[in-house]
Design a protein around this ligand. Structure first.
Ligand code: ADP
Ligand code: MG
Length: 174
């Protein structure tokens, strides 16, 4: 299956799914993440600030930002630059309307990276939005545990992967 056809199919599935269902699934998925031993153990967690059509993370981030160190992606040109959401840092809308913390690039260790995606399969193959941002980012963190999170209709039997596609360690869905 062609990646671009699959992206179209997933976009159609997202559109067909009522907003309330996306919200309900998001809460359940984030509860599963919170209960995951790797999340519980992690002191420094990279999350992502969700767009309306992604597993919703904003409340989760608000809930956890005082209990763990939270790192969020910022988009700078072709790269994801990690930035820490410190107690004082505000959030501003960056490229692609993503909310980004106002802070310097974070260069320290990360214990767990939570990855969004258009689609995943159980083998950890991931389809992104088509620009390869996470492939270029994750290659820099080969030893960090990665967990992909997605709605039930985004977890497929098989996602096409190319050699540059970074494999995600584990997927959490419904
Ligand atoms: P996505 O992961 O967002 O679904 P793709 O996997 O289709 O997107 O990748 C999109 C493009 O990103 C690829 O065609 C490739 O040119 C580029 N890309 C991905 N990873 C790398 C990399 N490590 N180095 C250089 N270019 C890359
Ligand atoms: Mg890719």
């Amino acid at each position: 299956m062609d990646k671009s056809i699959l992206r179209k199919e997933i976009r159609a599935r997202k559109k067909a799914c009522p907003q309330e269902q996306l919200a309900t699934e998001s809460v359940q998925i984030m509860q599963k993440l919170a209960a995951h031993p790797d999340f519980q153990r992690a002191e420094i967690v990279m999350l992502y600030a969700s767009l309306p059509d992604e597993v919703q993370t904003l409340e989760f981030i608000a809930e956890w930002r005082n209990r763990k160190r939270i790192i969020l992606p910022t988009v700078v040109g072709d790269d994801i630059i990690p930035v820490e959401l410190t107690a004082g840092s505000g959030m501003v809308e960056g490229d692609f309307h993503i909310l980004e913390p106002e802070n310097n690039p974070y260069e320290g260790p990360i214990d767990l990276i939570v990855v969004p995606g258009m689609a995943f399969d159980r083998q950890g193959h991931r389809l992104g939005r088509g620009k390869g941002y996470y492939d270029r980012f994750l290659i820099k963190y080969p030893d960090v545990k990665t967990i992909g999170i997605c709605f039930s209709f985004q977890l497929l039997d098989e996602v096409p992967a190319e050699p540059h596609d970074q494999v995600i360690d584990e997927i959490i869905s419904l």
